[in-house]
Design a protein around this ligand. Structure first.
Ligand code: CA
Length: 294
C-alpha cells in the first residue's frame, strides 16, 4: 500500500478482465449480493473460490456479529503507519484511522471514510478519518504462506454535505494486503488488490516481497456496485492473484518472513486524484476475510 509512483516499476502489464473472460469462468464467477449466514463460522470445509481443493481453513472473520472483534481478532493500528499506527501523510494518505469508523452489522463490516478535522495525539491535524483492520491481535493470524481471501464491495456510496450522491468517485484507495509482522525488519508486503477510485475498475495486484512482481487488471464489472472475491495464493515459489475465482496473474515475489493481514480504506492525497471537494464520505464493505493453508 505504497502510492502508485512506487508501484509502477513492478508492473508486468495490464490485463483486461473482459466480459468473455468472465463468461468463460461463469462456473466460479461471483454473482453478487451479501450472503448473510447464521453464526460466525464459515461453511464447513469451505475452500478458496477457484483456487483448487485440499485447503484447511485456519482463520477467519465472517463479520456476522454486532461489533468488530477489536483486540481479539483485529487491531486498528499498524506499524505500516508511522503516526501511532493510524496516520501516514508521507505516503499520500489524508486520513487518520479510528476504530469508530469501522462498524459491523448485517453480515459485513463497513469502513466509512469521513471528511472531518481530527487532531491526532501527535498534534498532527488530519482532514479525513477512516479505519483499518489488521490481524495482529492476540487471536489474529500471522503467517508467511497460505491463501488469503476477502469478499468485499470497494469504494461506494460517496455522499455530499446534503446527503446526495457524488458521481465523481475519485479520492479513495482501498486495499487488502499483508505487512511484515512485529519484529520483522525487512519489507514483506503482498497487495491482493489496491484500487485508486478515480479509475474504479482498474486494480493493482502486487508482491513487494522477495523477487517482487505484479500486474494491473481492468475489471469487467464495477467493484463498488456489488461484492466480489479477491484472493492470493502466497507460497515459497511465488504469488498467484485471483478475482472471483479467475487466476489473474502469477508472479515470482513471495515473502521470506511472517506477515499480518490488513484491510483499509485510505484517502488519497495526490492533487487531482484526491476527493472531489463535494465529497464528504465514502464506504467499503467486507463480507468476510478467510485464510487457509494446505
Ligand atoms: Ca459475512
Amino acid at each position: 500500500m505504497f502510492h502508485r509512483k512506487l508501484v509502477l516499476p513492478a508492473i508486468a502489464g495490464v490485463i483486461a478482465l473482459t466480459g468473455s473472460l468472465l463468461a468463460a469462468h461463469s462456473a466460479t464467477a461471483d454473482t453478487g449480493g451479501l450472503k448473510v449466514q447464521a453464526g460466525d463460522n464459515p461453511p464447513a470445509g469451505v475452500q478458496p473460490v477457484g483456487a483448487g481443493t485440499g485447503w484447511n481453513i485456519k482463520w477467519w472473520d465472517e463479520f456476522n456479529g454486532s461489533a468488530v472483534d477489536w483486540g481479539t481478532k483485529w487491531n486498528g493500528n499498524s506499524s505500516a503507519l508511522p503516526d501511532a499506527g493510524r496516520g501516514n501523510k508521507g505516503n499520500q494518505q489524508l486520513e487518520y484511522n479510528l476504530d469508530r469508523n469501522c462498524t459491523e452489522a448485517n453480515g459485513a463490516v463497513t469502513m466509512t471514510a469521513k471528511r472531518e478535522q481530527y487532531q491526532a495525539p501527535s498534534g498532527t491535524t488530519y482532514d479525513w478519518t477512516s479505519c483499518l483492520l489488521t490481524s495482529t491481535a492476540s487471536g489474529g493470524v500471522t503467517f508467511k504462506y497460505g491463501y488469503m481471501e476477502s469478499r468485499a464491495k470497494l469504494t461506494y456510496d460517496l455522499r455530499d454535505a446534503q446527503g446526495g450522491t457524488v458521481a465523481d468517485t475519485r479520492g479513495f484507495w482501498p486495499g487488502f494486503w499483508t505487512w511484515q509482522a512485529s519484529g520483522v525488519d525487512s519489507w514483506q508486503e503482498t497487495d491482493v488488490y489496491e484500487q485508486y477510485s478515480d479509475r474504479p475498475r482498474h486494480l493493482y495486484l502486487t508482491s513487494h516481497a522477495g523477487a517482487k512482481g505484479g500486474c494491473e487488471v481492468d475489471l469487467g464489472f464495477d467493484p463498488g456496485a456489488d461484492y466480489h472475491v479477491y484472493g492470493a495464493d502466497i507460497s515459497a515459489s511465488g504469488t498467484k492473484f485471483y478475482i472471483d475465482g479467475t487466476l489473474i496473474c502469477s508472479v515470482a515475489g513471495a515473502p521470506t518472513e511472517n506477515t499480518n493481514i490488513i484491510e483499509d480504506l485510505y484517502v488519497y492525497s495526490k492533487p487531482g486524484f484526491d476527493p472531489n471537494p463535494a465529497t464528504m464520505s465514502a464506504k467499503k464493505s467486507i463480507d468476510y476475510v478467510r485464510f487457509w493453508q494446505r
